[in-house]
Each structure stands twice: as C-alpha cells, then as structure tokens.
Design a protein around this ligand. Structure first.
Ligand SMILES: Cc1ncc(C[n+]2csc(CCOP(=O)(O)OP(=O)(O)O)c2C)c(N)n1
Ligand code: SF4
Length: 424
C-alpha cells in the first residue's frame, strides 16, 4: 500500500506511552496530506521516541542525542524541494541538549516540522529531569521535584522567528494538529505534552496531564502563525555535490562478479585500514561495480581497532550493512579482538585472510594465513592482504586495483610498490 507509513507493529513503546499516540497520529496526518512515504524524511533523535524509525516506511535518519534538528536543517537546506517533507522527532531531553539548533532552525526558517515529544524527563535512561521539567514535577532521580519552571520552548521558538508553533497534549487523535504543522511552509514546531507511564506517572501518582499543564502555565494554543521566513541558500547553484569527486571515477574495466561480495576488514587504527578499503572499492567502481563502505572505530580516534565493512555488487545495493561477511581480512591484534566473534561464526563457505602472527580463532572458514605485516609492514598490511585476496578471487581485474594504488599516496612506499609489482 503506497500510503502505509507504519510497517512494523506493535510499536516499541511501553503500554500507555504518549509516543504511540504521536507515531500513529503522524501516520494518519501524512495520509491525510496524501504524501508518499518516499517524499518524507523522518529524522529522529536518541531516546525512546527515536526507536520508532525502524517502523516507518519513509526515509529515516537517526541522529546523535540532541542533533536531529541540526540534521533536519541540513537535509532541508540541501534538498530545497517543496515537494519533500522533512520531519524531526526529538524528546525534551534532546531538545535540551540541542537547544541552540532549535533556536537557529526557528530563526533561519528551514522548511521542516519539529515534533517535540515532551514527557518532561529523559525516558530512555530511567527518568532524569530535563530543562523542560515543570516546577514541582518529580522524577525517579529528582524525588523532591524540579525547583523551577522548565523552558517554554513554544515562546522561545516563536520569538526566534518560527512560522508556526503550537503546544498540544498527546491525548486521543492528534492527526489534524500534526497535519496542520506538516502542511506549513517554513519552520513549524509542535510541542506535544505527555507523561511517561514508566517514570513520570510512578513518580507523580494521581497527577493528570491537563492539570499539570494548567498549573505550569503550559497553555495548549498556537504561539506563532505567520508568514514563513523560508531559508534560501545563495551558494547552492555554485556548490558542487559532495559526491562529485566520486562520480568522476570512470569504468575502464569489467568485473566477473555475478552476486554481491560482503567484506569485513579489521585492523588497527593508524594502520591504513580505511585507506586500503577506499582503494579497494575505487577499484570496484572502476570495474563497473556498485559499492558501499562503512567504517567502525572507537570514539577516541587513533587508538584501538579500525574496521571497514564493504559491499561490492554487480547490482544496486539496497541495504548497506554486511552482517554476514563472505570474506574477512584481519591484519592485527586489535582487529582480531574486535572481529573475533564474527570470525568464529564464519561457516565453511566463507574465507578468512589473517596475518600469520595472530593466533587463529576457532572457525570453519577457509583460512589463508600469510605474513602480511612482516612482508609489507604494519602500515601496509591491509592493502597488501587485499592484493592477495584479489589475486586469489579474481572477481575484478588486478589492473584496476593496481591503477588506483598507483595513483594513491600509498604507492609512494617503495617497499610496498616493489612487493606489489613483483607479486601481482
Ligand atoms: C550526548 C548524549 N548524552 C546522553 C546520552 C544518554 N541518553 C540516551 S537516551 C537519553 C534520554 C533521552 O531522553 P529524551 O530525549 O527526552 O527522549 P525520551 O527517551 O524521553 O523519548 C539519554 C540521556 C546520549 N545518548 N547522548
Ligand atoms: S520509558 Fe517512558 S518514554 Fe520510554 S517508552 Fe516507556 S513510557 Fe515511553
């Protein structure tokens, strides 16, 4: 069904959570506006409300805590397309953390709707107060109740220049209110008040949402309804696409690949794993393949493991993760401790290239154990292992990899260059 927006039920929230009301009403509102899921970008934040993105058939982007508004602003500015709808979901926790983004987005008039799920506490982490927690409202970590009033985000966003701002409560069907906000041009914001059944209700027994809003002066009303200040970027026509450098890669070779290959490369930070992965997929592109690359490394850059998930495919790649790699290449101790579990799960149809200095975990995979580090040096072990893998698999021409290697900085390493031209 073209206008089905929620494709995974039951929804992932606790019983009675207002987030369910918002999600279901969002689907209904989008249906009322006759939007196609492909024309909607739903940007979610960290928090309970954010786990909904798995259920939505729209485009979805899951941001860091407090950054969904910034991401939505960038998407809206980059799209600059009135036929596409950018919707941002954020909690009161995320709105607290990313307050400046909210104020800036209101001020700049980005074309999007922000839906604040204000349950007056940080739900996902067990009920800490946010800067939206009203005076006297108790939470599990603040049993004496908040000392002063929380932010009135509706007043702040209106003051900053938002075109449309309204506060409502998550009771009953709120699809009309959501549809109204979604249909506005420029920046619109809907603050939806809820009490989290798991932490808010338990900490404030008997408290009714409407009564609480009344006492706190959180009126259910329209705060701003004015001409949009639509964001326009002057540089747009002169700025080249972020992908343009990649798009210049021309196909000069043919690949024999008939089905996708999923690869998992795992080594150490500072040992050229990402650079090697990049060269390999460039060679893939030169051979007419579709490719994806996803890097994984610890938050502290430059230490520990560095891993890269690659897919090379003769056809379009619709899912870019590679939970079950066909080939794993492990080039260092850090890489092995990160990838060990995955190595142990490999079956007899999979291939493992591993440096021969490493202790071999139990695995059913076919193993190729060679002295990559000793022969090419730690810094070049991964690219050297990739040359070996291509030599064995032959799914694309060695010349493609040699060409991208030759044009890269890595080929400046004399020892490696001699090894590559001597062996392959
Ligand atoms: C920058 C940052 N700080 C803290 C956390 C930990 N954290 C994860 S979810 C969460 C609470 C989310 O609360 P809220 O945004 O109000 O959403 P809700 O869970 O109530 O829907 C926190 C603090 C984090 N992920 N990132
Ligand atoms: S913890 Fe609270 S906010 Fe999170 S899903 Fe449960 S009821 Fe909703």
């Amino acid at each position: 069904m073209d206008n089905q927006f929620i494709i995974n039920e039951p929804l992932p929230f606790c019983k009675g959570c207002g987030h369910t009301v918002v999600s279901k009403s969002t689907e209904k509102a989008l249906q009322k506006l006759q939007l196609n899921p492909r024309d909607v970008v739903l940007v979610t934040d960290i928090g309970c409300h954010g786990i909904i993105d798995k259920a939505f058939a729209t485009h979805t982007v899951h941001g860091l805590h407090g950054r969904s508004v910034a991401l939505g602003s960038g998407i809206s500015a980059g799209l600059d397309n009135p036929d596409k709808k950018v919707i941002v979901f954020v909690g009161d926790g995320g709105a607290t953390i990313g307050m400046q983004h909210l104020i800036d987005a209101s001020h700049n008039g980005f074309n999007m709707t922000v839906v604040i799920h204000n349950n007056m506490l940080y739900g996902m982490t067990g009920g800490q107060p946010s800067e939206f927690t009203p005076e006297g409202f108790k939470t599990p970590t603040l049993p004496e109740g908040a000392q002063h009033a929380g932010y009135d985000i509706c007043a702040l966003a209106s003051e900053a220049g938002a075109a449309y701002v309204k506060r409502i409560s998550a009771i009953g069907d709120i699809s009309d209110e959501l549809a109204e906000a979604f249909s506005r041009k420029g920046f619109s914001l809907l603050e939806i008040m809820e009490i989290c059944p798991s932490y808010g209700v338990k900490s404030n027994p008997g408290l009714k949402l409407k009564q609480l809003m009344k006492n706190a002066g959180l009126d259910e009303k329209v705060y701003a309804d004015k001409e949009p200040r639509a964001y326009k970027t002057e540089e747009r026509s002169e700025t080249s696409s972020l992908l343009s450098s990649k798009l210049k890669i021309e196909k000069n070779y043919d690949s024999k690949l008939s089905k996708p290959i999923r690869m998992f490369l795992s080594g150490s930070a500072g040992e050229g794993v990402q650079a090697a992965a990049e060269l390999f997929i460039r060679a893939g592109m030169k051979s007419g393949l579709q490719v994806t690359k996803k890097g994984s490394y610890p938050v502290t850059v430059g230490v520990g493991f560095s891993a890269s998930h690659l897919i090379l495919s003769p056809d379009e790649i619709l899912y870019s993760d590679s939970p079950q790699p066909d080939v794993m290449i492990v080039s260092s101790k850090d890489g092995l401790s990160f990838a060990r579990k995955q190595v142990e799960k490999l079956d007899e149809n999979k291939l493992l290239f591993i440096d021969d200095s490493l202790e071999l975990p139990e695995t059913k995979a076919k193993v190729v154990s060679l002295p990559f580090r000793e022969e090419a040096g730690a810094r070049n072990a991964m690219i050297y292992a990739l040359f070996h893998y291509l030599n064995q698999s032959g799914f694309m021409p060695m010349e493609a990899l040699k060409e991208v290697f030759g044009n890269s900085k890595i080929s400046g390493n004399k020892k490696l260059s001699e090894l590559v031209s001597g062996k392959f």
